[in-house]
Design a protein around this ligand. Structure first.
Ligand SMILES: *Cc1c(COP(=O)(O)O)cnc(C)c1O
Length: 412
């Protein structure tokens, strides 16, 4: 019982600090209008930025993929799980990002989390002395932080968006293998990494630049090719990670880089090798996602998204809370205190608006926030409704900060 007592105490501590997280059960497909725990809600939480997660063509492609390839892949890629669908998808992805990488090849992963673990561990393992150094941006996604740990490399953290600080760190490093890693769009703030500056610094110091474009792929650039297209970059130093469960609406991720980098991952990346290949039908469905992203429909959806972002940015007028007005679909409202952020999310929820409260350790202490994410599937009326509700709530909220959401959890 001692072990369980310890757990119970830790869980109670989470409650005391308003850090207990809970899951809500969605009964309907991922879309702005969802039914959650039996209630109709307007949601601003998903990363389904283009509204492809329930797109009729993608649904039909998944059905077709299951008919063609069955459901399970049956084995890892290196044993027998690598299907024609995976191969076609990798070829299509490589072609998609080819303008930005030398000798581009792509490798499909089950998740972005695994792709990031794979890239950092395998690149670090390529250092024959075992002395690779990883230079990690301060606000990087958890999967990059974990990948750096798993790589057992020396890790140096450089300040947010600070290419000059990175330059100094690289100059001071005597490591042969230097790996710089950054989110392109920061997942909790929505701002962009200064990739052209970072790449110039990396090329000067002979470092790899690993770009995690989880929130840029499908969204940035005229063709939705992501952050590299947005900044018009091309380099043999780039290792690109795109995820396919966000704008692409399905699931999984890919790494694109010079063919030799990809071959090394196939040979050495444990998160690639020692896991069952994702269902081939997912890869098959992703061919249709990719088609939509790169075509006229994708362009129209991105344009609509830009209009929604502009509407939110110009419409939101906050006094106490701070809107981090980004140029992307991620639009945080920083409240600060954990329990107040939680109370704000609960109050919006009461009104039928689903906006998540993000608390530490996902964001720094004292910066708990509402994280609004927009989707091209939202209408202008949806955004207007959100703006009105946030304005009314901020005015009210000055008065009190109840921690009611937790009491139900303690009772549960
Ligand atoms: C979501 C996300 C990931 C993980 O991707 P999954 O496919 O969901 O595992 C990695 N990096 C960033 C920046 C993300 O936002």
């Amino acid at each position: 019982m001692e072990l369980l007592d310890q757990l119970e105490r830790q869980l109670q501590a989470l409650d005391q600090h308003s850090l207990r997280r809970r899951r809500r059960v969605a009964d309907t497909p991922c879309a702005p209008r969802v039914q959650v725990d039996g209630r109709a809600m307007l949601a601003f939480c998903s990363n389904d930025y283009l509204g492809l997660a329930a797109h009729p063509r993608v649904i039909e492609a998944l059905r077709e993929g299951a008919a063609l390839y069955g459901v399970g892949s049956g084995a890892s890629h290196l044993i027998s799980g690598h299907s024609r669908a995976h191969a076609q998808l990798e070829q299509a992805l490589a072609g998609f990002v080819a303008p930005h990488l030398e000798s581009a090849r792509a490798l499909y992963f089950c998740t972005g989390y695994m792709a990031n673990l794979a890239v950092l561990t395998a690149l670090a393992a390529a250092d024959s002395q075992g002395e690779a150094e990883i230079f990690s941006e301060a606000l990087n996604h958890a999967s990059l932080i974990d990948g750096a740990k798993l790589a057992r490399a020396t890790v140096k953290v450089y300040p947010h968006r600070d290419a000059a600080a990175l330059d100094a760190l690289l100059a001071a490093s005597s490591a042969v293998t230097k790996i710089v890693v950054t989110d392109s769009v920061f997942s909790m703030d929505g701002d962009l990494a200064p990739l052209p500056e970072l790449l110039a610094v990396c090329e000067r110091h002979g470092a790899w630049l690993v770009v995690d474009d989880a929130h840029g792929f499908g969204m940035l650039g005229a063709h939705g090719r992501g952050a590299l297209e947005h900044f018009n970059l091309r380099s043999s130093h780039l290792v690109y990670v795109g995820t396919l469960g966000k704008a692409a609406g399905v699931g999984g991720a890919f790494v694109a880089a010079h063919a030799s980098v990809i071959e090394w991952l196939v040979q050495r990346a444990r998160p690639y090798i020692y896991t069952t290949a994702a269902a081939p039908a997912l890869a098959h469905a992703l061919l249709t996602s990719l088609d939509l992203i790169g075509g006229a429909e994708g362009a129209a959806r991105r344009a609509h998204m830009q209009a929604l972002i502009a509407q939110l940015r110009s419409g939101l007028r906050l006094r106490r809370w701070q809107h981090i007005a980004s140029s992307t679909a991620i639009q945080p409202i920083v409240i600060g205190d954990n329990s107040q952020a939680l109370a704000a999310a609960a109050a919006l929820y009461q009104q039928g608006l689903w906006v998540p409260a993000i608390r530490p350790p996902t964001v720094p202490a004292g910066t708990a926030r509402l994280r609004i994410t927009l989707s091209a599937a939202h209408t202008s009326d949806d955004v207007a409704q959100l703006i009105d509700a946030v304005h009314a709530l901020e005015a009210l909220h000055t008065l009190s900060a109840p921690d009611a959401p937790n009491s139900t959890e303690r009772a549960a």
